[in-house]
Design a protein around this ligand. Structure first.
Ligand code: PGA
Length: 239
């Protein structure tokens, strides 16, 4: 079995002083399947260590007049290898839609960056039992026109589980992971899609989450801001 991919989504956190302390600790981590995604301004400080570096979003074009944005083309030249695309915070708070996400995934692939497509239902769909319908549409729209899914990763992140301390049961997660793989098989004819779980992962629940079959790794928000928590999560996930 492949090693689990551990993706740290640092979101919009830490001052420069805090980043220096954080780096002192994470630079000691030896795990080669760790991807750290800091705020864009700190990316260069994270390059060339024993882990890999990801970006939390990319622009919808390669270069040019798009004030304030950062492109896959640019960060690829810095050595960034992964990008989180379509995170629910971007969809909900910043109005990102599936067609933007589709464009961004294509730009990542064109620039040798592995996109991590985030999908997941809100509490409303969860309570209506429409999780599968909702996720299926997100996947089909985001991956429209992409023929080679070898470098694409999907992260299942129920919106209601992000930052809330609540997680679905292991059965529920296993069921959605299987469903995502079936959707990819049916609509894209691809059998090896990697699926991560994300949402309120911490050192206390990682043992349980790591027992779920078919998961290729984890996307970690809040807990990744603590190098010692990140280390504990990695220690369990490598087992
Ligand atoms: P969380 O965030 O681990 O803090 O719930 C996960 C995410 O938003 O990717």
């Amino acid at each position: 079995m492949d090693k689990k991919l551990i993706v740290a989504n640092m979101k919009m956190n830490m001052t420069y002083e805090q980043i220096k302390d954080y780096l002192n600790e994470v630079n000691e981590l030896e795990y080669s399947h760790l991807v750290i995604c800091p705020s864009n301004i700190y990316i260069p400080y994270f390059i060339n260590h024993k882990y890999l570096v990801g970006i939390q979003n990319v622009a919808s074009q390669n270069m040019g007049s798009l004030t304030g944005e950062v492109s896959a083309y640019q960060v690829s030249s810095l050595g960034v290898k992964y990008a989180i695309i379509g995170h629910s915070e971007r969809r909900i708070k910043l109005g990102e839609i599936d067609s933007d996400i589709n464009k961004k995934i294509k730009l990542c692939l064109d620039n040798n960056i592995k996109p991590i497509l985030c999908v997941g239902e809100t509490l409303k769909e969860y309570n209506n039992n429409s999780t599968k319908l909702y996720i299926e549409k997100q996947i089909i729209d985001a991956l429209n026109g992409i023929n080679d899914l070898n470098d694409v990763i999907i992260a299942y992140e129920p919106v209601w589980a992000i930052g809330s301390g609540n997680i679905p049961s292991t059965n529920e997660i296993a069921n959605i992971i299987r469903f995502i793989k079936d959707v990819i098989k049916e609509h894209f004819g691809y059998n090896n899609i990697k699926v991560l779980y994300g949402g309120s992962i911490n050192p206390e629940n990682i043992n349980l989450l790591n027992s779920i079959n078919g998961l290729s790794g984890f996307l970690i928000g809040g807990a990744s801001l603590s190098p010692s928590k990140l280390k504990k999560i990695i220690e369990v996930a490598v087992k």
